[in-house]
Write a protein that binds this ligand. Structure first.
Ligand SMILES: [Zn+2]
Ligand SMILES: [Zn+2]
Length: 349
C-alpha cells in the first residue's frame, strides 16, 4: 500500500510503498476513504509528541470501508462503512467495560503509538469494541473528523462541559476542533462567542453559528471584553488551541461558577501554566476539566443527531487534498492555516 512515511521530524513525509497491515484476530483492516489533517498531527510531525518513534505514519481521524476482518470479529463485515476513535481501547479492562477507553491503560493511539491513516489501509484492534458503523448519508470526507476533532468537541460540550441550552459558550481558537465545537454547540442550543486571531476563522465561526466574535489582535483584555459582551461572563469556555494565552483568556472569560474545558494539547513551553488560584478558582469558584478524545461507546448520541439531520458535518471540510500534499499542509501549520478542516481523500497516485 502507499503510505506517507515520516523519516525525520519537521521534514515532509515521503510517499512510499510498504507492506499492508496484518489483520489482528480480534480486529479489522480498513481501506481509508478519507483522513483529516489535525493540529495533533503537527505535534507528531514536529517531534513534540513523546509517543512518536521514527519512521512513522501519522493520521488519526479517518473513515473508510472494512477490507478484512479477523476470525474473532463478529460485529463487522467486509464492505461496511466505518470510523473509529483515535484512542483504541483494549475492550476488556474495567475502564473499557465502563465505556471509558480514553483512560484504558492498554490503549493504542492511532497515528502516535502505532502507524496511522495517512495510508491506503489501517489495522484496528478489538474491532467489535472500537469500530463505529457510519450512516450511508455521511460522506467519508465529512466523517473523517469524527475520529478526533468532532467527537472531542462533542465530549467537551456534553459529558465534560455539561452545556445547557441557552447558556453562553466561549470557544477560544477557531481551528478544526473549535469550529466543530461551534457547530455542535449551536445544535445544542448554546449562545456562542468565538475568539481567534484570524479574520477568516472568525468569519467561518460566525457562519457556523457564533453570534459574537472577538479578534484578539484588536483587544488587550480579552477576558474583560467577553464578560462585557455576555452579561457577566460565559457559563462554559473551551480552550481549543492549548497555549498559555488561550488558557488564561478562557479562565478570565468565565462567569462565577463557570466551567473551563481543556481541549487543546499544551506542548513545549505551554505544558506548564500559572493559575490565578485566588482570583479565579477560589473567588469566582471556577471548575477546570481536562479531556482527551471520546471512546467508541460515546459516538452513538452524536451520530443520532447527524442521522436526524440536526448536524451537518460537511460544513467543516474546506479543503480536500491528495496523500502527497500532507507534508505541505503540516508545514503550513507552523503559521496560520486556512480556516476549516483539511481532509486527505486521494490515496492512489
Ligand atoms: Zn486530532
Ligand atoms: Zn481497556
Amino acid at each position: 500500500m502507499r503510505a506517507a512515511i515520516l523519516e525525520r521530524f519537521r521534514q515532509k513525509p515521503m510517499i512510499q510503498v510498504v507492506p499492508d497491515p496484518l489483520c489482528p484476530p480480534d480486529g479489522a483492516v480498513v481501506e481509508i476513504g478519507a483522513c483529516g489533517v489535525c493540529r495533533s498531527d503537527h505535534h507528531a510531525w514536529s517531534g513534540a509528541d513523546p509517543d512518536v518513534r521514527l519512521p512513522h505514519v501519522m493520521g488519526h481521524e479517518f473513515a473508510g470501508t472494512v477490507a478484512a476482518v479477523g476470525a474473532e470479529c463478529q460485529r463487522f463485515q467486509v464492505g461496511q462503512r466505518v470510523t473509529a476513535p483515535f484512542i483504541l481501547g483494549c475492550g476488556t479492562c474495567g475502564e473499557c467495560r465502563r465505556g471509558e477507553p480514553t483512560i484504558c491503560d492498554r490503549q493504542i493511539v492511532i497515528g502516535f503509538t502505532v502507524w496511522g491513516a495517512f495510508a491506503e489501509r489501517l489495522a484496528i484492534s478489538a474491532a467489535d469494541f472500537n469500530l463505529v458503523a457510519l450512516p450511508d448519508s455521511l460522506p467519508f470526507a465529512a466523517a473523517a473528523a469524527m475520529g478526533c476533532r468532532v467527537t472531542t468537541a462533542w465530549r467537551a460540550l456534553t459529558d465534560r462541559g455539561r452545556l445547557q441550552a441557552g447558556e453562553w459558550l466561549a470557544v477560544h481558537g477557531c481551528g478544526g476542533v473549535g469550529l466543530s465545537a461551534i457547530l455542535l454547540g449551536k445544535a445544542l442550543g448554546a449562545r456562542i462567542i468565538a475568539i481567534d486571531v484570524a479574520t477568516d476563522a472568525l468569519a467561518q465561526a460566525h457562519a457556523l453559528g457564533a453570534e459574537a466574535t472577538v479578534d484578539t489582535t484588536e483587544i488587550d483584555d480579552v477576558g474583560e471584553a467577553i464578560r462585557a459582551a455576555t452579561d457577566g461572563g460565559v457559563h462554559l469556555s473551551i480552550d481549543a488551541l492549548g497555549i498559555a494565552q488561550t488558557f488564561q483568556n478562557s479562565l478570565r472569560s468565565l462567569r462565577k461558577l463557570g466551567r473551563h474545558v481543556q481541549i487543546g494539547m499544551p506542548v513545549g513551553s505551554h505544558a506548564m501554566v500559572s493559575l490565578p488560584l485566588l482570583e479565579l478558582i477560589y473567588a469566582r469558584q471556577l471548575s477546570i476539566v481536562g479531556l482527551r478524545g471520546l471512546g467508541a461507546p460515546g459516538f452513538g448520541a452524536l451520530l443520532g443527531l447527524v442521522k436526524a439531520g440536526r448536524i451537518d458535518l460537511t460544513h467543516l471540510v474546506t479543503r480536500r487534498i491528495g496523500l502527497e500534499a500532507v507534508g505541505d499542509t503540516l508545514q503550513r501549520m507552523d503559521g496560520r492555516q486556512p480556516a476549516g478542516i483539511t481532509v486527505v481523500d486521494r490515496f492512489v497516485a
